[in-house]
Design a protein around this ligand. Sequence first.
Ligand code: ZN
Length: 374
Amino acid sequence: MKKIFGSPSRYVQGMGVLKELSKYTNTLGKKPAIVVDPDIAEDMLKIVSESYSGDETKYYVEILGKNSPRICCEETFNLLRKNATKAECDMYVGIGGGTTLDVAKAAAHFEKAPMISCPTIAATDAPCSALSVVYHPNGVWDYHLFLDKNPNYVLVDEDVIVHAPLRYNLAGIPDALSTYYEAATANAANVDNFLGGKHTVISETIAQLCYDTIYAYGEQAASAFKVHAVTPAVEKVIEASTLLSGVGFESNQSAASHAIQNAMTAIPSSHDFFHGEKVTFGILGQLALEAWDDEEIDKYCKLCIHLGLPVTLAELGMDNLTDDEIMEMAKLACQEGETIHNTVVLVTPRVVFDAIKTADELGKQYKEKYSKII
Ligand SMILES: [Zn+2]
């Protein structure tokens, strides 16, 4: 049986590591194309400029979304490739959230160039994985682009991350938990992982470690994120959300949690919510779909509600959905190729519709029991 485990070549996490960017790009080539989130471009480019001692001829900068949709879509990464080639760049660096990193990874993949991920939030699996999630220019999920390799370096600057808006770092917490819930069911079903092989012992262990770390330190890390503090709990949660989750999901598999989040992207009102926030509800849908026990659902809802994460459709801007619209969502979640089929239970649109309705009701009930503490 072929087993495959993937990971970035090197993962560096610490205070101020973005200032060392030039040291890492110098090991890979001559000139990086740096794509950066527009909201943080000024601050990040100051750090980059410091790293290159003010010599801006040594790198090319593209602000995400300046001349193309601010989305990881073909138009955006093809424009980056064109501009980077014109500027004679030989590697790509992404500085920002999941979208920016996915754009840089996709461009590097097609150009067969090295790539460095510099996440500025601990909210997605994008930094470490060999996958870019591609959307239509209107923001609706399109397909998974599987890349030949994981990033060469992942530079996680803790100082940058704790200064991101709290909501981003909180959204990374359920996304990290989904790594465990989805791996558990996908591995039980013995499906191939994202890398085209079976899971290894270490990938299974990583998923478990991700779960243990988040439940042990998630709440105290959230408090520290709120006041922009770096504590040992924050360091552990950043590692869980970025490295353990990033490596864990692709060397195991995704399942219903992400398929439900993908289906939600077809509903325009959900676009105001982050990936991890939609995954929060997606996990609850998966727990209902697969009949995880009441104790697990209680544990999960308690943490999410304490952190103010959305466990109901209403909290995700979908309070007025009709049953027909929920059925449409269920059908989308069940479309061919979706990860919802990586499970041991029978999946049909009707079953998923019932799970979504039940998850919504569970969320409402647990909101009576627990309240937000962050
Ligand atoms: Zn995710």
